[in-house]
Design a protein. Structure first.
Length: 87
């Protein structure tokens, strides 16, 4: 495996859902931004290539969570931050 970690897609998706939920609970807010999630990746991953892979995995997880109706994803304008809420 290219990242050195074997993980099922379900584990990846559940992991990001739990990170989003924990962040919302911790900050006592209704939404988290995409940029805030990027900061989580920056803090967890040491090198650039690991950050890039983590970003792709996070984005795919968000798409799966959105299509499975677990989260709402909203972006007011192109190239602006994305707001994420739990349903």
């Amino acid at each position: 495996h290219i990242t050195g970690k074997e993980q099922k897609i379900e584990e990846l998706i559940d992991g990001w859902y739990n990170k989003i939920k924990a962040s919302l609970d911790l900050n006592d807010t209704d939404y988290i931004s995409f940029f805030e999630l990027l900061n989580l990746i920056k803090n967890e991953q040491e090198d650039t290539i690991s950050r890039k892979f983590a970003l792709v995995r996070m984005f795919l997880s968000l798409m799966f969570l959105g299509t499975s109706n677990k989260i709402n994803i909203f972006q007011a304008e192109d190239f602006e931050d994305i707001s994420i809420t739990i349903k």
